[in-house]
Ligand binder design. Sequence first.
Ligand code: SF4
Length: 267
Amino acid sequence: MVYSYTQISQYLRCPRSYRHRYLDGWREKETRAAMAFGRCFESALGGYFNGEDCGAVLFKEWGTYREASFEYKKGETWDRLLHQGIHLLQRFAQDNRVCVRNPGKDLQIKYIRTLTKGTEFVAYLDALGEIDGVRCLIDWKTTASRYPEDPKGLLSLDPQLICYSWISGIPEVALVVFVRKHAPEIQYLRAAISEEQRQEFGRLVETTVSQIEAGHFNSHSGIRFPQNGCVSCSHLGLCLNNDQLIAAKLIRKPGASDLDWLDELVD
Ligand code: SF4
C-alpha cells in the first residue's frame, strides 16, 4: 500500500469517506470545470519555465475540455476561464518573482518516504525554486477567491505544506495563488515550517496509517451549521442511500486504489 497526503487528509476528515473511496472504489466524477482548468493551468506553468509559449500550452490543454459537460459557477464559461488564465500567465511573467533554475528536475518532484511498518508515503511537489530570491518548495493553486493572509503566520499551519516540508525536509514553503477574478491577482505567500511541526506530522501519518490498517472506519459526520462537512462530501449519497445523488456524483472503479498516489498530481 502506498499512502499520500490526499489519503491521510481524507481519513482525518471522515474515515467512512476514506472507506467508500479507497476500499470500495467510489470515486468522484470530474464535473467541476475549475478543477480541470487548474490542471491545464499547471501544465502551462510548466511550459513557461521550459521556455515554451505558455499561452499556447494553456489553449491546447484547456481546448481538450471545450465540449466537456462541466459544471461552471455563475458567470463562468470555457472562454472566460481561458481569458483569465492568459491574463494570469501574463501577470506572472511581468511580476518575474519566481525562478525555477532547473525545470527538468525541479518541477513535479517525486518524494518517497518509507514508514515504520514498511509501507510507503509518496508526494509530488509542484516546484522547487526561488521566490524573491528565497529558495523554497512551491505549491501552485488556482482559485476564484483570495487566500486569507491574516493573522500573520496562518500559512505555516497549512497541512499540505507541512506534509511537503516533512517529506522533503525543506523548511521554507510557499503557495503561489492564481486568483481568477475580473482583475487577475497573484498571491506569493511564504512560510517556514519548524522541525517540531515536521516531527508531529510524521507521528500523525504513522497513527493514521495504523488506524487504517486496523480497519477503523467510523463516520465523522458533519452535523453542525454552518460547516457541515457532509454537504460537500462526494460520498453523501452512499451514506444517505440516495441513488440519485450517487449517480450524479460518483463512479465506481474497484481495484483503482493501487494508483491512488496519483491523486497527488491533481491536488
Ligand atoms: S457524507 Fe458525512 S458521514 Fe458520510 S462519508 Fe461523507 S463526511 Fe462521512
